[in-house]
Design a protein around this ligand. Structure first.
Ligand code: MN
Length: 221
């Protein structure tokens, strides 16, 4: 069975200071993220067992635990690489063009992304996603790690808005955390992710553009 693995940070714990403290990075990566990975692996193992036992109730419960913990693992893995001590400034190239097309301007995008982060009630994330059906960029709030997300939307830039991401340093002034991260966004990483997700295709029509027969869709074929 495949095991989920905690990825190393691509930099030292203190690399993002003064914007995110080394102590936060250490706890966040080595405790919080590690727990999500461990729990995702436990849920996967439990699911295999529950399937053997044909225990539908346990399968349902573990599937929810897997959704939460695996989503946490995935979002944190993206988040670490979205940040860099050499980051900040503005994106370039095709990605910058798409930002302008879908949000008006980089400044508009910045304020919409920050507003989304500020609007999170409880724990969650602000995410820049590629809507693979509409073929456009979109900003969405994610509650916990996985709730109220749009299917088929691939996250390329994510901001952790859980208290564990900032409280040790910023306490109740989370707005200062939201401002600080604009000094460390790694646009090279985010731009590369943008290019990769362009190939995502969830079309339910055939590549030729012909529609699948509706009766086949209803029959679940
Ligand atoms: Mn976190």
């Amino acid at each position: 069975m495949n095991q989920y693995i905690l990825p190393d940070l691509p930099y030292d714990y203190g690399a993002l200071e003064p914007h995110i403290s080394g102590r936060i990075m250490e706890l966040h990566h080595d405790k919080h993220h590690r727990n999500y990975v461990r729990s995702a692996n436990e849920a996967t193992e439990g699911l295999a067992e529950a399937r053997c036992q044909k225990n539908a109730h346990r399968i349902g419960r573990l599937a929810q635990a897997l959704a939460f913990n695996l989503s946490g693992h995935i979002l944190h893995s993206i988040f670490w690489r979205n940040l860099s001590k050499n980051g900040g400034g503005a994106p370039k190239g095709l990605f910058a063009d798409a930002i302008g097309r879908d949000f008006g301007s980089f400044e508009d995008f910045k304020s919409q992304f920050t507003q989304t982060a500020s609007g999170i009630m409880g724990s969650g994330w602000a995410a820049l996603v590629w809507d693979s059906v509409g073929k456009n960029l979109s900003i969405m709030p994610i509650h916990d790690h996985q709730s109220q997300t749009t299917q088929g939307a691939a996250p390329i830039m994510v901001l952790d808005v859980w208290e564990h991401a900032y409280y040790l340093q910023y306490q109740t002034e989370k707005t200062r955390y939201f401002e600080a991260v604009w000094n460390i966004w790694n646009w090279e990483d985010i731009g590369t992710r943008f290019e990769h997700v362009q190939t995502l295709d969830l079309r339910w029509t055939k590549p030729s553009g012909r529609r699948t027969h509706p009766e086949r869709l209803h029959a679940g074929v």
